[in-house]
Design a protein around this ligand. Structure first.
Ligand code: ZN
Ligand code: ZN
Ligand code: ZN
Ligand code: ZN
Ligand code: ZN
Ligand code: ZN
Ligand code: ZN
Length: 1761
């Protein structure tokens, strides 16, 4: 049944139409048992209205439902005609100040970055535009559907909660006012009654689970037994599977199946069969069988039609309720009451509860209907929003579990409403204190993550795909947690404290399960077999990152909470570490007389984990203790004595050692999973709660320890203790050559360890660790990012951590540290032009720290290089000393002592000693560099102390003193200072000299500060001396660098030529010699100066004679040079022929049947032309053939092997130019001016126009008779002979003469090749070189290409013969000459036939009946056709008329016709005002001509008294034609262009006329040949179409034709989004399109990339865009994908690419995919660039290049877009 194409529409039951709503309502009012009455009504009528056949008829159903079912309810509520009743209610209502607009999919939403409480607070476009936020920093996104506008919600906005529109009523609001007081008492009662019954009915029927039985009170008396086979949507099966299955199961067409599948996907269910039970059951079993193979089967139910009917009405009813409550807040309040009223079954029995709890059982369509009702009722009523929130929280666990097991996306789950509730601060707080929401969420989350190991930690190893799927769904709970925490409390009640801490406990439990998860053990010997799973754990960590930070933020707000949280966290950590000192015997370490006990543990041998969230949380809390000063205020309340520093540092230290060892290459065999983990550990997304906190934890521990002890433990964990405790260990190592790897490893470990010390002492920019604030921290991040290189806004944002509001805080500090620079001169506003960059302010460079802890290694070396370069440019020494640091907070103050501790000095001394004795030891420069940095830090520290010292204090930091003392061990070693002085002169340490010099200088300064306060001046002079000498050194350095650069350049050149050689080797069959310079044909003709001052004439008997020039070109393939000659081998240009609608004035016109289409006369709307382009590269024809054959062979092999796509379609003759890879599909032969070959002797006596027309007419008539005779050889021979008698061959005309083709075979072959290609592409037909239309297509392509180039030049205001790009010049020349020579390879009679017909259009001839009128002819195409076909006639004419004469007369004749065409179509608006000068010659002439014209048109033309405007319009209208003609004859005959036209400026009208051998007063053409012109004009005007036009019955193109432009785009991108969001799919009844896509050529919006709008094109399914390109752009399309903000280029079915959009943000950047959401504005320059690509016909070429550059583009299914 489903396969019936025209579903039968059952007749409407007349009784339904006779129902009176008023009567029914009246009956109900009288009724004692209203419920029964209403149910009976529904039971009777609903099945009569809904589900009367296999297909729904929504409009009819809605109409009847309103009439019979809903109408009575409205009457009942109002107690009168609802048409009066509802408006009354609406008037009495005090409208809400909440907007509450529910967002459609794709609608733009706006959030204010300054005022929104969190990023989920959004405004609709209308509210946004009327709000104060439009001038703030806002962010724009497109809604995914669901959610509503927060305008008017005072809790959502810090400022400006109301827009203009919603502000109106705010003055009168009393928050708690009961909206019911505005309703009459009786209305309240009646509404309550009917709402209760109907809401109950809807809930009951929607949640009804029986398939063939109705609730008792709805059962009908007479029951017809019809069923539906109902197919439900799931997220497991694909569209294709469903469509395929349906075709099999219910025997429908593919189109119907697509329709079903689309509806199932959209609404969640659709009946696919209607009939009796077995019939439906059979379809069900087929579907189930077909879909159950790999997955669970599609859900199908056979349902009784009356159940479906009631369910459909149930949905209708819910929407109806939603619209009724829109009349009055009172009605809304009643509905809320009804919904939340507890039913007879107690807890969870209210209607709202029942719906929520059945959510996952309902189909998609039903869910979204009731979700929307909730949003417009419960969430819009302040009182009931709270009550609903409580219900939601109470059911939370159950709802989430339902969601996790359900397979629908979250947006279709009621659980998704959490964002609407939890983000309201007052509700969230209420739910935390009253419903213990925090704990519930966390516990629910934990319940769903059940993979644990023996220690109770999470374990994700080997978890299944299903678990992975669930894990993804569970993650949404973390989002809920984030919503609840996002707004922080301003006041704490005891209740809140208690409940928060309870939640904190639960949270610690969660973190405990993560502490130590996914441990790794170093793999030795063999490589691991399988990469272990690591992503799940990191996903969890990443998702929790903001929650962890927010937990800390909450703790920071209340001292009591902070103290309690700290205690709890510490307890959990101790519990985690229980048994941490167990096991092996402790070991004792001792160096320099210090000794410490520690456990025996080796990272490289035992288990270690990168996940330590508990210890990291404690670190965070510890910093808060310091920052909030709680640590000093209430030390007695804190468990500080329980802290065991060695325990605190142990795990973070292991983790950092792990990183160091991985870096040292010790963990190579553990594979990529570990590398990835370490990458994320440091990555900007995770580091805040991972790496950063580990550093802080170490700082915490160390600040409480003896630094010597710490350093020894650290040496031991780095497994370096032995090296440093054993004298000369390094020496021994270096001598063992076999252990080179070990040496290298140890060196790296030492470097890493030194780096760690630098970080522990130097990283003081977290508030609480150092005396800084949050701003200082961000500033420092930005300074270091910009030290690497200047960055664009988005790039910089990406490198900074975002907080939970997606803010980096960058805007607040960026001005202070950077300049925004655009790379334009003069500078312009970046938003309009291009991308700008932030550049670090020079004064910030001194804050640069080479060992900044967030640098990756690559960034560090880039930054070092950049900073040194900068210093050299500023002529400073290149030392990069440590910056001056802010002081530590007191809790961390003792950290500085690491630097002057004995063990530290010992380490420094040891390494310096190695460096001094550089040959004997294993050491590295990086090691030394770090040591120097550490010394520098210590000196900076001491200097700071000295400068800030209070009078009475003694500075205890005495590093300077310590380094000047000789060391004790190694024995008798010199002091550190002495070693530095030695190193200063070491030749092998050139790079570090500046730094050592800086250290010594600083040391002296400190010494002097200590000695006396007046020493500073001495230090200064010393300083200048050093600087001077360093300047000299600088010079030498620069010289050295220049030399290095030169050498490098030479090396690169050598490499390049090597590469080139390899390339040639690989392509030996193509290249016989080396590829030299790109050789193009040397354009000889144009640049020749020989014809200078005489007036140049391009055509006619007076044509300027150009001396013959030889032309030599080089083949790019074989590098052989060859002369272009008639008889030599053909040389060809790579060319690309394509159909084009770029110039089209009528995009609706398509060639219906290409086989029958006659292209002879081009319509002036230029609706479909053929364009030829070329990259201008020349080859031998035979070289090209060989190349193309090899490409073809290669492609065939390749396709057999792995069916790879390429960017070009070999089967269609496409190839890439072997030199520039430009897409091509044929070649054009290079030719000399062909006219010279055929020009016979010039007789002095040439006919004038009149004579010439007469002669040609005779000739064409003779030919026609001859042809007719040939075609009918024997029949009616008598008549033929009669004709023969009539036929008097004109004098000198010899139709039997056939000229010899002068061209070589190779050239002839290429003439045919290109001709056939043009024909094939232009008409989209199979190649057939004999088709009579081939020559027409060649002429057409020549004409069209010239026209399109003329348009480009005019649009860009460029001179006609200015310096044209070489490739264009070459292309036009060869194209024109080719078209002129093509007749020699065509059948003479065919070309003559074309000429006769073309000629007949201008000079009437009885033999042709149905010719178009002159209004419907493009005159330039006509001219080109006539001129190029003429030689075919002229070659048989021996009367002495030259080709040139013919050209001139043809040109004049066409020009005259064009003038008439212009005069007929110019709609001259009469305004006399500016005619001051007396009428000139031209004006009088044109007026006279116009009068003649009126005479012949029977005065249908408007009378115009003056010639001024006429002449103006003729001049303007004819210009494009003259320009095109000038180009045409220039390339045809090779006459150089007059120098005047080579520059831009005035219109060049006179120059053009001279060049084209036209009188300046064009009207003279008519006067000189008045006898014949009158006849011609008369015949043109008599055409019926001209009459129709003049009588206003049809349109005609007028001149000049305007250039086509891409559509106008709005300045603000959001208005485009808005426009697109209102766009619904044209095929699926009002459904919003998912990928609305705008055609930039014609402005049509399309529903792209979607099944609903696929159509069939040439036997294949294609998407809306591809289909559109076929009519709009002849296969080429330019689109804007509105939701992605991305330009799409398409060409044909297989080619496409994305292109950057013309919209930029204020930082000059595009935002493809709208990920950042900054406001976007139109960039005109970029848009013009796209338009230019289009005008130049370069879209296909652009796609080709993009696909060559990015192979993934080739694989995309472009045809389905
Ligand atoms: Zn709004
Ligand atoms: Zn508003
Ligand atoms: Zn704002
Ligand atoms: Zn060659
Ligand atoms: Zn090329
Ligand atoms: Zn279009
Ligand atoms: Zn569609």
């Amino acid at each position: 049944m489903a396969s019936e194409l025209e579903p039968e529409v059952p007749a409407i039951d007349q009784s339904l139409l006779e129902c009176s709503a008023e009567e029914t309502a009246g009956k109900w009012l009288q009724s004692t048992d209203l419920t029964r009455e209403v149910y009976q009504h529904l039971a009777h009528y609903v099945p009569k209205i809904y589900c009367r056949g296999p297909n729904p008829f929504p409009q009819r159903e809605d109409m009847l439902a309103q009439l019979v079912l809903l109408g009575p309810m409205e009457w009942y509520i109002c107690g009168e005609d609802p048409a009066f009743g509802f408006p009354k209610l609406e008037q009495a209502n005090k409208p809400s100040h909440l907007c509450g607009r529910v967002f459609k999919v794709g609608e733009p939403t706006y959030s204010c970055r300054d005022c929104a409480v969190d990023p989920t607070c959004v405004l609709c476009m209308e509210c946004f535009l009327g709000s104060i936020h439009r001038d703030h920093r806002y962010r724009m996104t497109t809604s995914g559907g669901g959610g509503f506008c927060d305008c008017g919600d005072t809790e959502a906005w810090k400022e400006g909660p109301y827009c203009e529109k919603h502000k109106l009523n705010t003055s009168e609001i009393e928050e708690e006012e009961d909206p019911l007081i505005h309703l009459p008492e009786d209305v309240i009662t009646r509404t309550y009654n009917i709402f209760a019954i109907m809401f109950h009915y809807a809930v009951e029927i929607l949640t009804w689970e029986k398939e063939s039985e109705l609730p008792a009170d709805l059962e009908m008396v007479e029951k017809t037994d019809t069923y539906y086979c109902m197919l439900f949507n799931d997220e497991v099966h694909t569209y294709e599977q469903v469509i395929y299955t349906l075709q099999k199961a219910v025997n429908c067409t593919q189109k119907e199946a697509i329709g079903f599948a689309t509806t199932v996907d959209r609404d969640g269910r659709r009946s696919v069969r209607y009939g009796d039970f077995p019939y439906c059951e059979q379809a069900k079993s087929v579907i189930v069988r077909n879909t159950s193979r790999q997955t669970k089967p599609l859900k199908v139910q056979v349902m009784h039609s009356s159940i479906v009917a009631h369910q459909n009405f149930g949905l209708k009813l819910l929407s109806w309720l939603g619209s009724i409550i829109g009349y009055s807040d009172g009605l809304r309040r009643i509905l809320c009451q009804v919904g939340l009223q507890e039913g007879p079954d107690g807890e969870n029995s209210s209607l709202v509860d029942r719906l929520m709890l059945n959510d996952s059982k309902l189909w998609k369509g039903a869910r979204s209907v009731y979700h929307q009702l909730f949003m417009s009722s419960l969430l819009m009523d302040l009182k009931y929003k709270k009550l609903f929130a409580v219900r939601f929280a109470k059911n939370y666990e159950r709802l989430q579990s339902d969601y996790v097991t359900d397979d629908h996306d979250r947006e279709f789950s009621v659980a998704d409403l959490s964002v609407q509730i939890f983000t309201v601060p007052s509700l969230a707080r209420m739910l935390i204190t009253e419903e213990n929401l925090l704990t519930i969420i966390i516990k629910t989350f934990m319940d769903h993550l059940r993979h644990r190991d023996a220690q109770g930690r999470f374990q994700f190893e080997r978890y299944t795909a299903l678990q992975a799927f669930k894990f993804r769904r569970v993650q949404s709970l973390i989002l809920d947690l984030k919503y609840v925490l996002i707004s922080k409390p301003t006041e704490w009640s005891d209740d809140l404290r208690q409940k928060f801490l309870e939640g904190f406990d639960a949270f610690l439990e969660l973190l405990k399960c993560m502490q130590g998860m996914d441990p790794v053990t170093r793999q030795v010997g063999q490589h691991i077999e399988m990469e272990p799973e690591w992503e799940a754990a990191f996903t969890l960590q990443m998702k929790l990152t903001h929650v962890i930070s927010m937990m800390q933020d909450w703790c920071a707000l209340d001292e009591k909470v902070l103290i309690e949280a700290y205690k709890k966290c510490l307890a959990v950590l101790m519990h985690c570490h229980g048994g941490f000192t167990d096991g092996e015997q402790p070991v004792t370490l001792s160096i320099c007389g210090h000794s410490v006990e520690t456990i025996r543990y080796c990272v490289s041998q035992e288990k270690v984990s990168i996940h330590l969230p508990v210890s990291r949380l404690l670190a965070g809390l510890h910093v808060l203790l310091s920052k909030s000063e709680v640590a000093y205020k209430f030390p007695e309340l804190l468990p500080l004595s329980e802290l065991s520093p060695p325990m605190l540092i142990e795990h973070p230290l292991r983790c950092l050692v792990l990183c160091a060892q991985v870096h040292a290459g010790m963990w190579r065999r553990n594979g990529f999973s570990l590398v990835n983990q370490i990458y994320y550990y440091h990555n900007v997304k995770c580091r805040r709660e991972m790496f950063d906190k580990d550093i802080i934890m170490l700082q915490t521990g160390v600040s409480m320890m003896d630094p010597n002890h710490f350093l020894m433990i650290m040496l031991s964990r780095f497994e370096l203790y032995q090296i440093f405790s054993t004298p000369d260990y390094g020496k021994r190592l270096s001598s063992e050559i076999t252990h080179k790897d070990v040496v290298q490893q140890n060196n790296t470990l030492i470097e890493e360890m030194l780096y760690l010390i630098i970080m522990l002492v130097g990283e003081r920019f977290s508030p609480g660790v150092g005396q800084v604030n949050a701003t200082d921290e961000i500033k420092r991040e930005i300074i270091h990012q910009l030290s690497i290189k200047p960055m664009a806004h988005s790039e910089l944002i990406k490198s900074l951590p975002e907080d939970e509001n997606k803010e980096t805080g960058m805007e607040s500090v960026i001005e202070a540290v950077a300049h925004f620079k655009t790379f334009f001169f003069p500078p312009r506003k970046p938003g309009l032009t291009g991308r700008g960059m932030y550049e670090l302010k020079p004064e910030c460079a001194k804050e640069f720290n080479l060992y900044f802890y967030h640098f990756s290694r690559a960034e560090q070396s880039k930054a070092e290089e950049a900073q040194r370069k900068l210093k050299r440019q500023n002529r400073e020494d290149t030392a990069l000393p440590p910056p001056i640091l802010p002081p530590f907070c007191p809790l961390f103050a003792s950290l500085v002592n690491i630097l002057q501790s004995d063990v530290m000095l010992y380490i420094i001394r040891t390494i310096l000693h190695w460096a001094v004795e550089h040959n004997g030891y294993a050491w590295s420069e990086s090691m030394l560099q770090r040591v120097l940095h550490l010394i520098g830090m210590a000196l900076q520290e001491e200097k700071q102390h000295l400068e800030n010292v209070m009078e009475e204090h003694v500075v205890t930091f005495t590093f300077a003193q310590k380094i000047s003392k000789p060391g004790e061990a190694p024995n008798n070693s010199p002091s550190i200072l002495a070693m530095l002085e030695t190193l200063q002169n070491a030749p092998y340490l050139e790079v570090h000299k500046d730094m050592i010099r800086w250290i010594l200088k600083t040391f002296n300064a400190i010494k002097k500060m200590r000695e006396s306060s007046s020493a500073s001046s001495v230090a200064e002079t010393e300083g200048t001396i050093t600087e001077e000498s360093s300047r000299d050194k600088d010079k030498a350095e620069r010289k050295r660098k220049a030399e290095i650069a030169r050498l490098r350049r030479e090396k690169v050149m050598a490499q390049m030529s090597e590469m080139q050689r390899n390339f040639i080797d690989e392509n030996k069959d193509l290249f016989q010699q080396t590829v030299a310079e790109e050789a193009s044909n040397s354009a000889v003709l144009d640049n020749s100066p020989m014809v200078s001052d005489t007036t140049l004439t391009a055509l006619g008997p007076a044509q300027t004679q150009v001396p013959k020039q030889r032309q030599f070109v080089t083949c790019i393939l074989c590098q052989e040079e060859q002369e272009v000659k008639v008889e030599s081998k053909a040389m060809v240009l790579a060319a690309f022929v394509q159909r084009s609608t770029v110039l089209s004035k009528n995009r609706n016109k398509v060639i219906q049947d290409p086989e029958k289409y006659d292209p002879l006369f081009m319509h002036p709307d230029l609706s479909c032309g053929t364009h030829t382009g070329s990259c201008g590269h020349v080859m031998h024809a035979h070289c090209w053939q060989r190349y193309f054959d090899s490409v073809q062979a290669k492609e065939q092999r390749r396709q057999q092997r792995l069916r790879l796509h390429t960017s070009y379609d070999v089967e269609n003759g496409e190839f890439l130019c072997p030199l520039c890879e430009c897409l091509s599909n044929t070649v054009i032969p290079l030719l000399l001016p062909p006219r010279n070959i055929f020009n016979k002797l010039n007789f002095s006596d040439q006919p004038n126009l009149t004579q010439w027309i007469r002669t040609i007419s005779q000739q064409t008539k003779a030919l026609q008779i001859l042809r007719k005779e040939e075609s009918i050889p024997n029949i009616a021979s008598s008549k033929n002979s009669e004709n023969m008698d009539e036929l008097q061959l004109p004098e000198g005309f010899r139709p039997d003469f056939h000229p010899k083709n002068p061209y070589s075979d190779s050239i002839k072959e290429m003439l045919t090749t290109f001709g056939t290609a043009t024909y094939k592409v232009g008409l989209k037909v199979h190649p057939n070189e004999e088709d009579p239309r081939v020559p027409i297509m060649c002429w057409g392509s020549c004409a069209y290409t010239i026209q399109s180039i003329e348009r480009i030049l005019s649009d860009e205001d460029k001179p006609l013969f200015g310096p044209l790009p070489c490739r264009l010049d070459d292309c036009l020349r060869s194209l024109t000459r080719f078209a002129a020579a093509h007749w020699t390879v065509a059948l003479l009679s065919v070309v003559q036939g074309h000429f006769c017909k073309l000629f007949a259009l201008l000079v009437p001839n009885d033999n042709y009946g149905d010719l178009p009128c002159i209004l419907d002819i493009d005159m330039f195409h006509l001219l080109v056709g006539l001129v190029l076909a003429f030689p075919a006639l002229q070659c048989q004419d021996f009367s002495g008329i030259s080709l040139g004469t013919g050209d001139l007369h043809i040109f004049h004749l066409v020009t005259m016709a064009h003038i008439i065409q212009i005069l007929l179509t110019s709609c001259t608006e009469e305004n006399e005002m500016d005619q001051e000068t007396p009428a000139g010659e031209e004006e009088l002439a044109v007026l006279a001509l116009y009068k003649t014209l009126r005479q012949y048109t029977g005065s249908a033309l408007k009378e115009i008294p003056s010639g001024w405007h006429l002449w103006r319009s003729v001049r303007a209208g004819i210009m494009p034609f003259l320009k095109c003609s000038a180009l045409f004859f220039h390339y045809l005959n090779g006459v150089p262009s007059p120098p005047e036209i080579q520059v831009s400026g005035t219109s060049h009208f006179e120059h053009l006329c001279n060049y084209l051998s036209l009188p300046n007063n064009l009207i003279c053409l008519f006067q000189e040949n008045s006898e014949i012109t009158k006849l011609l004009i008369e015949s043109w005007c008599q055409h019926i179409e001209v009459k129709r036009y003049l009588e206003g019955e049809r349109d005609a193109i007028s001149y000049p034709r305007e250039s086509n432009k891409l559509i106008d785009l709005p300045e603000d991108y959001s208005s485009l989004i808005n426009q697109a969001s209102n766009f619904s799919c044209p095929k699926s009844g009002g459904d919003k399109s998912r990928t609305p896509t705008l055609c930039l050529v014609c402005g049509t919006l399309l529903c792209s990339q979607s099944y609903c709008c696929q159509t069939e094109l040439e036997g294949e399914d294609v998407g809306a865009c591809t289909a559109h390109t076929y009519s709009c752009g002849s296969g080429v399309g330019i689109f804007l994908r509105v939701r992605e903000c991305q330009v799409l280029f398409l060409a044909g079915k297989t080619k496409g690419c994305f292109y950057s959009p013309p919209y930029l943000d204020d930082y000059g950047e595009t935002d493809q995919g709208l990920r950042r959401g900054n406001p976007l504005h139109l960039c005109k320059e970029r848009f013009k660039k796209i338009q230019k690509l289009w005008h130049q016909h370069s879209i296909t070429e652009e796609i080709g290049h993009a696909q060559e550059a990015n192979q993934t583009l080739v694989g995309i299914d472009w045809q389905h877009l």
